[in-house]
Design a protein around this ligand. Structure first.
Ligand code: AMP
Ligand code: ZN
Length: 440
């Protein structure tokens, strides 16, 4: 597609194609800076003091292995401001990981951090071939979740015209796509499939649309699914990886060759470890991605265990970028479910069940497809007393569970009430989740 004579899009070609030594020099300086920032936070100060860690602990990049990992649990322990490295007055934005409330994982940013995040995102969008001539319809939820606002600011920074429709309301999405001549959409892969079905249903023609690209992320998807979306919508789909802990959707994206995601190594240090031994895996083998963010003042995160499984792609990319690529994610090491792009831990569902009177001993979670979208069903055993009671009370219990879960996880589950003792009891470790979504 991109022959020698076709120009490959860059936002900052110098840094995107910088020699490895230069990238590594930036990384080492950045890491030392982040250690200094970390020592200004309550959380790391305590942890690092016990271990005697200072910026002088690292004199080469390999010395990063002398630093302990940071986990999602650490983020919860540090809730709400234990990881703040600047005066609170300098913070201009707060985000939180989708689907989690209570002890959520919170991210704070200064104005400079926001500018850096927008710049990283702009670089990603440009690498995916977007430009100021494009009209981007952002179909990701705006709010605490970084997918909406994070991409929005990057797209504006690149000079794209942004239509911030947020998620849902597919009829209106389609109308706006036609009326405004949307050329790029940002959505979850499952929503893109849904969008395609809705476009078919609306009787619209391909010629009604100017759409040429989709930036797809926030949930795992296979190469086959990508191809299917590309085929059905007649567009190019770019895999885009990020997470709120790392400023949202900017850290890694596919370039126009669409074969693995470049991770911006002047702003992130990426390691891939064996989640059991915690040692680095041999280059090119699959393991857990560990990220250190280098471009944030308000909140350092050093050696953060993402729980995401991937591998480095060892072959150089045809685009000429020197920043390494990671392969499409193959899963997670923990039990976090991603349902229509929203992170859900089974423990959150359990939390609602445990605090509700009338709920019995056992429950079961089923994740399935309803058409192209994900569907969450929670089967709940009730107590014998409740079961003997009036059906109106049982219906009220169902409604209450549904609304409390929806409030906690931001997804509307189907709640099925079950007779006491009717759900299978497993011997040994309880199996409480059945993810029936096809792995394509
Ligand atoms: P959040 O913090 O809500 O943005 O969720 C971040 C998580 O979403 C990541 O840790 C991944 O598990 C998942 N995720 C984000 N982008 C992708 C992607 N392109 N492919 C697979 N999973 C993704
Ligand atoms: Zn490339």
């Amino acid at each position: 597609m991109f022959g020698k004579d076709v120009e490959i899009p860059f936002l900052d070609k110098k840094i995107e194609t910088a020699p490895r030594e230069e990238i590594e020099r930036i990384q080492l300086a950045g890491l030392k800076n982040q250690i200094k920032a970390a020592l200004r936070t309550d959380f790391y100060r305590k942890k690092y003091k016990d271990l005697g860690i200072t910026e002088d602990t690292v004199s080469t990049l390999d010395d990063i292995r002398k630093l302990p990992f940071t986990t999602k649990n650490d983020l919860r322990d540090a809730y709400p401001f234990g990881l703040l490295a600047v005066p609170k007055d300098d913070v201009v934005r707060l985000h939180a990981s989708s689907g989690t409330t209570g002890a959520a994982t919170v991210i704070y940013l200064t104005q400079k951090d926001l500018d850096m995040a927008a710049d990283t995102m702009a670089r990603s969008l440009r690498a995916a071939g977007c430009s100021r001539q494009d009209i981007l319809q952002n179909m990701m939820t705006y709010g605490l979740f970084t997918g909406g606002l994070g991409l929005h600011y990057g797209a504006e920074k690149l000079g794209m015209m942004v239509v911030p429709t947020s998620s849902g309301n597919t009829i209106r999405q389609i109308k706006f796509m036609k009326d405004f001549g949307t050329t790029v959409v940002h959505a979850t892969p499952s929503y893109l499939l849904h969008l395609h079905a809705a476009i078919e249903e609306s009787g619209s023609l391909r010629s009604d649309f100017k759409l040429r690209k989709a930036i797809a992320g926030a949930e795992p998807h296979s190469e086959e699914l990508r191809r299917k979306i590309e085929r059905t919508l007649g567009i190019e789909v770019y895999n885009n990886y990020g997470m709120s802990e790392m400023n949202g959707p900017g850290p890694a994206i596919e370039c126009v060759f669409r074969n693995g995601m470049h991770i911006w190594e002047d702003r992130y240090i990426a390691e891939i470890i064996d989640p059991e031994t915690l040692e680095p895996v041999p280059e090119g083998e699959t393991g857990e991605l560990v990220l250190t963010i280098l471009c944030r003042d308000a909140m350092p995160l050093i050696r953060y265990r993402t729980r995401d499984l991937t591998r480095f792609i060892t072959e150089p990319c045809e685009c000429g970028r020197t920043h390494r690529k990671i392969a499409r994610l193959t899963g997670r090491t923990d039990d976090m479910l991603i349902i229509n792009g929203v992170n859900v831990f089974p423990s959150q569902i359990e939390e609602v069940l445990l605090r509700t009177k009338g709920v019995g001993a056992n429950y079961f979670i089923i994740v399935d497809k309803n058409g192209v979208l994900d569907k969450l069903t929670v089967q709940v055993e009730i107590t014998p007393e409740m079961f003997a009671d009036d059906s109106r009370l049982i219906n009220a219990l169902r409604d209450r569970l549904r609304s409390e879960m929806a409030a906690l996880i931001t997804i509307n589950p189907v709640v099925e009430i079950k007779q006491p003792g009717s759900l299978p009891v497993s011997e040994g470790k309880a199996k409480r989740v059945d993810d029936r979504r096809p792995k394509d």
